[in-house]
Design a binder for this molecule. Structure first.
Ligand code: MN
Length: 247
């Protein structure tokens, strides 16, 4: 099982969650929301190579934490993974769109200078702007649009640009989102939970709840959950080899 977007450091007992991930032999991308969370979050998993930590600056925090871009630049060479980054145009954050764009441009430029990263990207209510910005930095690495909820037209553009997508249980519960997922080539899809932010009812999703996304995808793809799981694992391996073969 692969959870390609989990906020491990935001669970109440991260070490217990890491132990459970190890027992289940899962692969997890542990995303962060601020550069200052980098050191503590990497320390959680340093003896477990199947969990990788991504360096991030969440768009909902861009206006408060943009001064941490200097720290971002300090740590970027320590990882192949960047996230969570992106833009958020929802009502509470739309007023900060200029600083969000400044932060995302800085990050995509830094990824380019560093030779390219795998980047987990948030684009809620800002799909067009996010995909537009990504297109300005074709050598930033491999963008993985996380929990994409934008339009079909932008989705097609993102697919043409080589973007990947990570989809989770919460996304698969929405009919509109399932219609979007049906437009994405199967070879560009990974699974995620976005826990503990994303929930099932009142309960935060755990990384292993990613199985719910595997089952949802198997229904969409008319195959068994085992076959869907295998397909996602092969995608994951392909993504990593694509990254290591880039210049
Ligand atoms: Mn997230």
């Amino acid at each position: 099982m692969i959870d390609f977007h989990s906020h491990l450091d935001l669970y109440r007992t991260p070490r217990t969650v890491v132990q459970e991930i190890m027992q289940r032999k899962m692969y997890v991308l542990s995303v962060t929301t601020t550069p200052s969370a980098w050191i503590g979050t990497t320390a959680l998993v340093k003896h477990y190579p199947r969990i990788k930590t991504a360096l991030g600056l969440h768009p909902e925090l861009a206006h408060e934490r943009h001064s941490e871009l200097e720290l971002f630049d300090t740590f970027i060479d320590e990882t192949d993974y960047v996230g969570e980054v992106g833009l958020d145009g929802s009502p509470a954050f739309a007023q900060h769109s200029e600083i969000q764009k400044t932060v995302l441009r800085h990050i995509l430029h830094a990824c380019t200078m560093a030779g390219g990263k795998i980047i987990s990207i948030h684009s809620r209510r800002a799909a067009e702007e996010t995909i537009g910005l990504i297109s300005e930095f074709p050598d930033a690495g491999i963008p993985v649009l996380h929990w994409y909820t934008g339009g079909q037209k932008e989705l097609r553009k993102a697919v043409e640009m080589g973007c990947w997508f990570s989809v989770g249980p919460a996304m698969l519960r929405s009919k509109r989102a399932r219609e979007l997922i049906a437009e994405i080539p199967r070879s560009r899809i990974l699974t995620e939970t976005d826990g503990p932010f994303a929930t099932n009812g009142n309960d935060a999703l755990w990384p292993w709840d990613v199985q719910q996304a595997v089952v949802g995808l198997s229904t969409l793809w008319a195959c068994t959950p085992d076959e869907a799981n295998q397909a996602i694992y092969l995608n994951f391996k392909k993504l990593l080899s694509q990254k290591s073969s880039s210049p």
